[in-house]
Design a protein around this ligand. Sequence first.
Ligand SMILES: [Zn+2]
Length: 746
Amino acid sequence: MANMDKSKQPEQLSLFDEVVDGAGAPKPTTNPEAEKHAAEVVRLRAEIAHHDQIYYSEGRNEIEDYEYDKLVRELRTEEDKLKKKDPNHELLTIASPLNQVGGGAVDRTGETVRHAQRMLSIDNTYNEDELLDFDNRVREALSSAGELAEASTPVDYVVELKLDGIAVSVMYEHAQLRYAATRGNGEDGEIITGSLSRSPNVPNKLSDAFAAFDVLELRGEAFLTFDDFNRINNSLDQLNKKPAANPRNLAAGTLKRLDEFNSASRRISVRFYAVGAASGDALPETHSELLSMFAAGGLPVNDTYRLCHGINEVIEFEREWEHKRHELPYPVDGLVVKVNRRAWWDILGTTAKSPRYMIAYKFNTMRASTELLAVTWQVGRTGILTPVAELAPVQLAGTTVKRATLHNYDEICRLGVRVGDDVLVEKSGEIIPKILRVSEDYVRTGKETEIAIPASCPECGGAVVLSEGDASPYCQNENCEGRKRAQFTHFASRAAMDIQGLDEASVRLAMNGGILNDIADIYYWTEAQWTDLLRRRASDANVKGAEKKEYKLAKIMVDEVEESKAAPLHRVLFALGIPQVGATTARDLARTFGSLENLMATTTEDLEKVDGVGSVTARGVVDYFADEAHRKTIDRMRAAGVRFENTLITIVAGDDPKANENNPFIGRTLVLTGTLSSMKRDEAKNRLEALGATVSGSVSAKTWAVVAGPDAVGTTKLKTAAAKGVQIIQEEEFLRLLAAAEDPIA
Ligand SMILES: [Zn+2]
């Protein structure tokens, strides 16, 4: 696929022409300070306009994305300075490219808009039998409505590749762009006009082919090609920002950014595939004609679609693309099958959630074969050694996979895999890639080597023993550098104290630098020490231009460490890495004992009275707190201001059968935002209500918590929650709470 279509209308360019022309010769004023900034504004606007011009008209770049973004940031700064020196300067009366969206469009990025027509979801199928079932249902419904001579008459379908991006609605009134929005919950979407209108595929004005429509709401998919995904990620890397995991996440994040004027938003591609609301003119009778009309009118469509006569041709298409999709320069996760004749859509109708005239077919999870180059053993915080497969780099689901988990030695034996084998690797979603088996067609050369348990710890050289339970190899050395590094990294991890700057690389540097021997040390580091650490981290990682950022980052680190002092008791207990105490047990302990003092003073007998705590865990907890070194760490943390405050309340079971101490939801009001990956919104609502909770549509002071799906970024609900101090529960935590509440241990 071409990197972009040349469908951008001239309006986009005239916008900048006007800015440049109008700003060409600022009149001298009596304020030389202001004129210095004015000259910079003129220069930067012209330079940005130049780069936009060649990008939109010729599809090429003279500078790297991060250099473009640097120009944008400089312009923002210069405009601010000019405003301070001379608020009435004529340059400021000419709209800056930074604030332009295109003629009259609505840009209130982040706000919600009620869709003119509901954006339905599509039912998914995963195999050919389900496609045949769909076809049967369609033919039976049409023949009983008298539309088909007999139920066996084949129906025409249009099959399209399902691009893996973000569904968008783009509203035009009298051919003029009004707004663009995400699908949201189907009823209300989030406005993304600012970022989406920067895509070369979204015209500010529709061509004459659509002139007769008063209203025309286009539906399409916004996505990133693998090339553009890699470019933006490189650019994020240059800025020392965390790269995105896959093109879909990056597209979503880019579209929802508030400062949408950047190089990334320019790289968003869009393909249109449907019409929502429409008035003023008639739409074609068939879906294939609609797609032709789009293409003829200059709107980008994915031209791989095919008109199929009968379901068997659909299945042929599916088998063909099951393999061919891997050669595409953009991510595709399935197919969409639609009945071609639009008049039949009304006859077939919709269920509560999805139309009966179309269905999605999901391809299998991404798999690929590659060579197993080596196996390395990673030391975990408890000393356990985990085998990690080092692979010849392979492209999977839009990312380069170089490593995969092998879980444990048992798994290696079960797979019978050897170094040098060709192995089948699977990656699904965000999960760490794993090895499924030795590739079926691989013939061993005899040079492959068996994978052996290491005789000594790769980190400290200490003796390795096999655990009695699962025969996993352990490093027993309490002072093993590798174990400590894993413990410190765990302490700072998101689920624990959430100090994001203290990742494995920082921990390694800090330990090598001698400033991190005990986790309490981080509470005594100065900003200068953070700056130094981050500088060395940046130079290690070879991050260009990062030097200037350390000062700011160091400030953020200091803030994160400061914030972590208020982390609730259960999070700190989990972070400390007490043997056998995972996130759930940590909550149970905090809820039962109420304070760190009580927990430290308790006995194994009392501990075993806690639901889910057995004798091994009880022993582990008591031994942990009996250790002088651990007590000293806790004392130093407390002296530095860590509060160890319990925030979990115990709900006393009364007559209400829903009440149990694991049910935090009873009597509380929750709000859902974003899409949960594990269940539909209705299911979440029903399950919460069954637990005695109320699910509300908006956040108020009475809201106990907002549950956020993984795609919920900067939603109005999240912003309101943050403003009102309402807690936000991520999906993972929500599922845990839900499971515990629904299945209380008797
Ligand atoms: Zn070791």
